[in-house]
Ligand binder design. Sequence first.
Ligand code: M6R
Length: 612
Amino acid sequence: MCGIVGYIGYREAWPIVLKGLKRLEYRGYDSAGIAIINEGGQNIYKKVGKVAALEEFAESQDKTGTIAMGHTRWATHGVPSDRNSHPHTSNNNKLSIIHNGIIENYATLKEELISRGHEFKSDTDTEVLIHLIEEIQKIEQTDLLEAVRLALKEVTGAYAIVIMDRENPDQLIAARKGSPMVIGVGKGEYFIASDATPIIEYTKNVIYLNDHEIALVTKDDLLVKRLDNVVQSPLIQELELKLEMLEKGGFDHFMLKEIYEQPRSIRDCMRGRIYPEEGKVQLGGIKEFVEKLKNIDRIIIVACGTSWHAGLVGEYLIEEYARIPVEVEYASEFRYRNPIITEKDVVIAISQSGETADTMAAIEMAKERGATIFGICNVAGASIPRLSHAGVYTHAGPEIGVASTKAFTAQVTVLTLMAFYMAQQKGTITQSKLISLLTELDSIPDKIQIALESNDIIKEVAAKIKDSRNCLFLGRGSGFPVALEGALKLKEISYIHAEGYPAAEMKHGPIALIDEEMPVVFIATQNSSYEKVISNIQEVKARKGKVIAIVTKGDTEVKKMADYCIEIPDADEAFLPLLATIPLQLLSYHIAVMRGCNVDQPRNLAKSVTVE
Ligand code: M6R
């Protein structure tokens, strides 16, 4: 949930680490800090607030040195403050640490260390770990690498850590378990980071450290071993990431850029996977499980947040076309139940980041019980694809805005492809139907482009409802998960309370909320539930609610009733979620901007939730 960056080499380290922290700020922005070593010793600068506050604070300080590490924090243990900011130091201030994750047994370790005379300067779990390392080094009389290894055997929880020793300025020590870590391999220099974005402009060669591995990094060498002391030969991989993908490219916010990228990201997601003329879907990532797919009893989808909404869309599509029963579960609930899982089950885990702690725990539990795991992930090399037996990448490109947009539509695209693929393999779809669906799917990026052209109308609607205190989103069928996603987008970036509901459920409770102050957004496109949604619109209008309707181009019926209509192109019902989501993303975006909210970094949130 935090971002970490380390550098050792021949260049000035401060600008590299500072820029890296700005790239990782999506992971948390409660405070930031950097430790840097030069001939004068170790300097640590840390400040509550964003990386910019740290930059300003350290402006006139000594920032020279070719070894440094930095941290951007999403607070768990201890309020956001200067003293709880990382890096933290050992009792004798010789060692320093940055950490992403949680040390779960920190309280018992802390008590023991206090009884041995340690004094703590923060409320964090992280500080306990560096004191423990110091203590072990003192008792065992070992070098730092061995002390870190022994200490990590005593802790429970998750970590990606980097450690510096002011008396050994030629080395960094890094380790991971359950939190991501990438090591960039340069010539005479190494980079360490939570993801590849701080590294990409210096080198394309990276190593993804595995869980339970620890690395000793000098400017010319890298030693990786497991916590059981077995030395590893790490695999160097080449990054596909491009620098321009990490920039706003003329847009005011990353979120807006990512909304507008969707015609491209969906095309990238489908590339090489659909052959409309032949009526064929090809998913190389899961093809070795094709026989299993023909005989499974059910599919369980696990995910959190927006990815869970994509899972609900997947449920409609897989049941409709492949005729396989699907259950969609919040990973956080699933992992703490005692669910019935058998070897005949396939679990699909969906995650943009591939690092969500609850989703990872759900995978681990399902795996232990014999299920086959398919991962749907956006970030290449992340933990979830590595934990899965097989999977499909979404190829949406880096998503930097905390509110998920293009990752959602890419997840829905992959689930659509999976539904068609399974249907094709099981023979539950005719060839002519598949050809017609794939031909239309191929044109969806162009239809999304058209949906984006309603931006000006959407802005006008946003201006009318921006001061509302509540908002209801209603849809039926696969329009229901779209309504949930629309509500989540609005609440997370504009802080307006919003609820997504199946339209027919409104009369069982939420209807009590409707009055002239209440905007109700309907997914009212022309599909199988069109007539029924019209009845629900009438129920709202009868109670003076303000209706905003997402309608099919050329609609005349809903227009007679709704206060505002936003058109999207006509499409087969299977593709409704891909199109109807677009105006809802733009609506939330404009409302948030008009309310002066920080769109890309909404309060209290972080992009990847690597803690429970
Ligand atoms: O990386 P993941 O897809 O696993 O993340 C799941 C949720 O944390 C995420 O979708 C969250 O709900 C977003 N802020 C929604 O915009």
